[in-house]
Write a protein of this length. Structure first.
Lengths: 310, 350
């Protein structure tokens, strides 16, 4: 730590402002990581995520790209777990392990995209509502509050029902209904940042709205946005599974929620075929939990009120 | 409710027997209440407008969506258009729809050939039974466990509690329901099927036996709903109490020699309770999602199950009616909570 500070001082004397900023940023990342490492739960979440990401990315190598084909399925329908099919087979005789691994791609992809969309909308609404006060902010926050109270899943389902069935629809339906929490958090943070003197200085030097928002406010709300994104991914993955289970997602795509829907339709519940149901649910829960744990760890590193300080 | 509320507030404030403050508190509350009710009215109007445009302006012909892309003759199309009022100009459809919705006419279900409002009022009591029971249980459980967790934060109990709540919170409710059915209804290994697999009644019981039968059917859905929902309340109650932990009045209470348990119950928890209750109501929207899934999984004959049936067709008038109903119900519940809130907490609404 002391050597870094010394280096920073040396940099201040020799390098220009840009290099200095870059160095500071690198130092804060290092500092962040040092504190993040102390959160055991967050670390466990990160490791679990890395494993799932690896599985999802290598799916075409480990399992051929034809696991989802109904014709020419390798096994008999509804086989119990065996050496050949470690998780058994589904109602078409497809390998459930392969389906599970391929399903992770869709679940993770939709989760990431929907969370990105939701956080992007939330951040834009939050920053502009915090920056431009007055009637504009009032109206925007009213809309936010409205969305916050609304049963968002019902709204998302309604959207997914009337739009064509595709993954894009699912991403859109989750993204446009789940942004209000982010908007509220970002607005609060924006108000706090904008009351600091350096914003006044930037305005006095001729900085316009765009300059203040993008150069001064955005970097300061970014940590919060990062934490919020991690938490949003977790709930987006759950929402995707829910939509797929209710049958409003793309029926031709293999996802974890879709597998559960298949299992229910194939009568796995009444015949007690737990091995059909358990793995996809565990996968959803583990990934959602992992993102939540990471998000909470990031939050507690960044939020001094929770007692961790910088 | 609105009419009684101000007088209740006035009675509370009247204790010092001064006329001035009493009148003022009443007017203040009225102004606060009027603001909340006005806001709710705007929200309800927004729901009405959203409901209309969501199901009409979005790409595709509603009739085609309704028939699920099956081939259909021109005459039949025209007949459907007339039946659902789709041949009128858009603004006429809108005024028509608003007028009807305000009088409780939500259209005719495509699937059941019955008024949507009838289907809703049939299913509503069943949903209220399930949701009400679960709501009370998960709120109490969440608050009790959450405040205990916060009081000894960082300890083993806190870590276990938070960990379990987070895990259950990450579990898809429908999956938990399905597993409970497999384990406790179908039976697995040595465990026999203890509970019915779904529905609300066996159909043969009467009188007291009927009540027991419904209760028997109620257990698994309620357990599922409580398990996935209490985590949220727990975390909110925990952080609300953590916010109070450093307060001076707690130090004072301890300094005057109050036992730790009493400091928590009499001083800290009541203050932490209020933000928790607000958030419990704000999160009702999330609970609706849980109810839809749990009712679907357990074939509970309530609004959620109805919503799922409507979705699988898709029966757009019914989906729309239920959308309006769920949204309106959540807004009304939130407004009621807002109106009761200042009666519980004198700091709010001044």
């Amino acid at each position: 730590m002391t050597t870094e500070t010394a280096k920073g001082d040396a940099g201040a004397r020799t390098a220009g402002p840009r290099a200095l900023a870059r160095q500071r940023r690198r130092q804060s990342v290092v500092r962040f990581w040092k504190q993040y490492r102390t959160h055991r739960a967050g670390l466990a979440g990160l490791i679990a995520l890395a494993l799932f990401a690896l599985l999802a990315l290598t799916a075409p190598l480990t399992f051929g790209s034809d696991v989802a084909g109904v014709t020419g399925a390798p096994g008999q329908p509804m086989e119990s777990p065996s050496a050949e099919f470690p998780l058994g087979t589904d109602r078409f005789g497809r390998d459930l392990l392969g389906l599970l691994v391929w399903g992770s791609r869709v679940s993770l992809l939709v989760g990431l995209l929907a969370a990105a969309l939701s956080v992007a909308i939330g951040t834009t609404v939050g920053i502009t509502a915090g920056h431009f006060k007055g009637a504009y902010a009032t109206v925007l926050m009213r809309i936010t509050d409205w969305f916050l109270v609304m049963p968002t899943l019902v709204l998302a389902i309604a959207l997914a029902t009337v739009l064509p069935r595709s993954l894009g629809t699912v991403v859109l339906a989750i993204g446009v209904t789940s942004w209000p929490t982010t908007a509220r958090l970002v607005r609060a943070q924006t108000l706090a940042v904008e009351s600091r003197p350096y914003i006044e200085r930037a305005k006095a030097l001729g900085g316009g709205h765009w300059h203040v928002m993008s150069r001064h406010v955005l970097p300061n709300v970014m940590p919060l946005v990062l934490a919020q994104t991690t938490l949003m991914i977790s709930s987006s993955i759950l929402a995707e599974a829910t939509l797929a289970f209710l049958g409003v997602s793309d029926p031709n795509v293999v996802s974890w929620g879709g597998l559960l829907q298949d299992a229910r339709e194939a009568g796995a519940v009444s015949s007690g075929n737990w091995w059909y149901l358990v793995p996809p649910g565990i996968a959803i829960a583990v990934v959602a939990l992992a993102f939540t744990l990471c998000g909470r760890a990031v939050e507690s590193v960044l939020n001094p009120r929770l007692g961790v300080g910088r | 409710m609105t009419a009684d509320a101000p007088s209740a507030a006035a009675v509370k404030a009247a204790a010092p027997a001064v006329r001035g403050p009493r009148a003022r508190t009443g007017t203040r509350y009225l102004r606060y209440g009027a603001g909340k009710v006005g806001g709710a009215a705007v929200s309800l109007l927004a729901v009405l407008v959203t409901g209309f445009f969501l199901f009409r302006l979005i790409p595709g012909d509603p009739v085609k969506t309704m028939t699920g892309g099956r081939p259909i003759s021109e005459e039949q199309l025209a007949a459907y258009r007339r039946e659902f009022g789709l041949d009128l100009p858009l603004w006429e459809q809108f005024t028509d729809y608003c007028g009807k919705a305000l009088t409780g006419d939500l259209g005719t279900s495509y699937q059941f050939r019955a008024p949507v409002i009838d289907k809703i009022s049939e299913a509503l009591p069943n949903t209220l039974l399930l949701t009400g029971t679960a709501f009370v249980l998960y709120t109490v459980l969440g608050i009790v466990l959450g405040t205990r967790s916060a009081w000894r934060h960082g300890g083993l109990g806190d870590r276990l509690n938070t960990g379990l709540a987070l895990t259950l919170y990450s579990i898809p409710s429908f999956w938990l329901g399905l597993l409970l059915i497999i384990v406790f209804s179908v039976g697995i290994g040595p465990i026999p099927g203890l509970f019915p697999t779904g529905g609300m009644e066996s159909g043969s019981e009467e009188g007291f036996a009927y009540v027991l039968d419904v209760a028997h059917h109620l257990i698994l859905p309620v357990v599922t709903l409580v398990a996935v929902e209490y985590g949220q309340t727990l975390l909110v109650a925990r952080s609300a109490l953590l916010d109070e932990m450093g307060s001076d009045y707690l130090t004072t209470a301890r300094a005057k020699g109050l036992r730790d348990d009493l400091v928590r119950r009499r001083h800290a928890v009541p203050n932490a309770l209020l933000p928790t209750v607000t958030l419990v109501f704000v999160n009702l929207g999330r609970t609706v999602a849980g109810v839809i899934l749990v009712e679907t999984v357990f074939s509970w004959p309530g609004l959620g199950g109805l919503f799922y049936q409507a979705l699988s067709v898709p029966d757009l008038p019914l989906v729309q009616g239920l959308f309006l109903f769920f949204a309106a119900a959540v807004i009304v519940m939130n407004t009621l909570a807002d109106l009761v809130y200042p009666l519980l907490d004198p700091r709010v609404g001044r």
